[in-house]
Design a binder for this molecule. Structure first.
Ligand SMILES: *[C@@H]1O[C@H](CO)[C@@H](O)[C@H](O)[C@H]1NC(C)=O
Ligand SMILES: *[C@@H]1O[C@H](CO)[C@@H](O)[C@H](O)[C@H]1NC(C)=O
Length: 523
């Protein structure tokens, strides 16, 4: 999920954005009390040495413990690229779908990929084989941030189980592993259980991110050749609205160039993403006004900040570098201004109050992942778990205001499916002014037909769970009664969405509930 900010020397009180952030990682830091933000949004200047120490710890630059089997392998130059183990989580409450299942039956794996084009980086991942059929598509999920762990999704959104307060794991009836062979990666380096002992491995842009992910896929499919011919889909949320188009383009390019193993890429899906900042940032006030978070007078005054945001984003696009930091600062100021007016709302779900630094309480995940029995099962040794890494976040600052929509037309024009979905109550990556606007503005071969396509009901269990608009490979789904984390708020609808979309029945199923709506376009 998302974002927050750090104070850089040149920017005091940059307020934040998409990232969730560091405070989940309190277990890793004994010095945190002085460095934590006083509220969820604003970071104060910190003592440089404390900050450096914290950042180093958060990047796991110096793994304290090299004694586990997984780690040992890495210190030899002959180490395999990918070290994986099958495991069963301790405290997993058996259910009819798992009773008595052995480690082998479960098909749950955790591993580290030694990133090929890095100095010393290891990428942690989970691989959960489908509970339904090994023939199901392979789906990879990326959480945003930048710098937030995909374990947030594993345990709070679409993973095989959820964590109960007593630290047992309960099977999730709507885990996406019911319809796919599901991979979660912690990336970029420094996120979650992924780490490096070399600072140069911090990624600063989508080129670095997408190359690492592509290299990972190559190693993954080499290790699991039986899944190479399955359909393959890329999914994720929030800042992954940047990662996903870059990753999909990288895979498509590799396929065209016959680079390594062919990846059977069929589509990519972005949930409440940040993809085209120029359109999304200038639209915040429209959404905020419509949802009555601000009034007309606020709307007018905050809108005066838009030209500077647009101007600096353009410079960022042309020049990159420092100009992108300037744009970040100018544009996030708009969002922060809205929050100043709106008060204590949860900017991921405006129906709620922001409680705690993350606006949600994900502390059970930290507790769970820091148990020795769990760490032993996963083979992660003493590597610190970083829920949302400020180091990674900060390293990616110049990437933030880049427009990732530009690579998408080449993909959809080649028939690769794109699903943009968004929970209707999310402010930070909102559906209307933000996502719907850029999707409509995107120039591709079906742009006009998409614009003319009707909104149809997306029906789950006889109830309208969302509104869907589709043409050819492009679909846009507004999800009802959900905030930023759609699979958390509407787990059943989210699983239905994935299942129908990957099976090519998203629009077909939508027709079922259209009696009081419009006719479908024929695709
Ligand atoms: C822990 O909580 C789960 C779910 O609420 C429950 O099924 C289980 O029995 C509890 N386990 C213990 C040991 O209390
Ligand atoms: C579809 O819904 C959007 C958002 O509510 C609206 O702006 C648009 O006019 C609708 N399109 C049609 C064809 O009804």
């Amino acid at each position: 999920m998302e974002i927050r900010i750090l104070s850089l020397p040149m920017i005091i009180c940059l307020c934040f954005i998409f990232l969730l952030f560091s405070h989940l990682s309190s277990a890793t830091t004994t010095t945190t009390t002085t460095t934590l933000p006083t509220d969820g949004l604003r970071f104060n200047a910190k003592s440089p040495s404390l900050q450096a120490e914290k950042l180093i710890r958060q990047l796991n630059l110096f793994p304290k413990d090299a004694t586990t089997e997984v780690m040992d392998n890495y210190y030899s130059s002959a180490a395999p690229k990918l070290v994986e183990k099958s495991f069963k989580f301790p405290n997993l409450i058996e259910s009819s779908s798992s009773s008595g299942s052995s480690v082998e039956d479960l098909g749950h794996h955790a591993g580290y990929y030694r990133i090929q084009h890095s100095h010393a980086a290891r990428m942690f991942y989970f691989f959960f084989e489908s509970r339904n059929s090994k023939k199901d598509p392979v789906v990879i999920w990326l959480t945003g941030g930048p710098g937030c762990s995909s374990e947030l999704a594993v345990f709070y959104e679409n993973g095989p189980f959820t964590i109960s307060d007593n630290m047992s794991l309960v099977w999730n009836d709507y885990g996406w592993d019911k319809a796919s062979n599901l991979i979660y990666v912690d990336q970029p380096t420094g996120t979650g259980f992924s780490y490096s002992s070399d600072k140069r491995d911090l990624r600063q842009n989508e080129e670095g991110v997408s190359n690492d992910l592509h290299d990972f896929l190559q190693a993954f499919f080499a290790k699991h050749p039986q899944f190479q011919n399955n359909d393959f889909y890329i999914t994720g949320e929030s800042y992954a609205g940047h990662y996903i188009p870059a990753f999909a383009s990288r895979v498509h390019k590799g396929n065209k160039a016959k680079e390594g193993i062919h990846i059977n890429l069929k589509g990519f899906a972005i949930g409440n993403g940040l993809t085209n900042p120029a359109i999304q940032y200038k639209a915040y006030t429209d959404y905020a006004l419509k949802m009555k978070l601000i009034q007309q007078s606020d709307y007018k005054s905050i809108n005066q900040m838009i030209p500077e945001c647009e101007r600096t984003i353009e410079l960022c696009g042309t020049n990159g570098g420092e100009d992108c930091i300037t744009a970040y600062s100018a544009c996030t100021a708009i969002f922060n201004k809205i929050l100043d007016v709106a008060g204590d709302i949860n900017y991921y779900d405006i129906r709620k109050q922001c409680e705690g630094n993350l606006c949600y309480d994900f502390s059970n995940m930290e507790k769970f992942l820091n148990q020795k029995s769990v760490r032993d099962a996963l083979g992660v040794g003493n590597i610190d778990f970083v829920s949302c890494s400020p180091t990674v976040y900060e390293a990616m600052l110049m990437d933030w205001m880049k427009n990732l929509e530009v690579g998408i037309p080449a993909l959809v024009n080649d028939g690769i499916k794109l699903l943009i979905y968004a929970g209707e109550y999310d402010l930070i990556c909102n559906w209307l002014a933000g996502n719907s606007n850029w999707v409509h503005a995107m120039e591709w071969s079906g742009q006009q037909d998409f614009a003319r396509a009707p909104n149809v009901s997306f029906v789950v269990d006889g109830t309208e769970a969302g509104l869907l608009k589709s043409h050819g490979p492009l679909s846009f789904l507004k999800v009802h009664n959900a905030g930023h984390m759609v699979p958390m708020d509407q787990p059943k609808a989210a699983l239905e969405m994935l299942t129908r979309w990957t099976q090519g029945r998203l629009t077909e199923a939508a027709a079922v509930g259209t009696e009081h709506h419009h006719l479908l376009t024929v695709l």
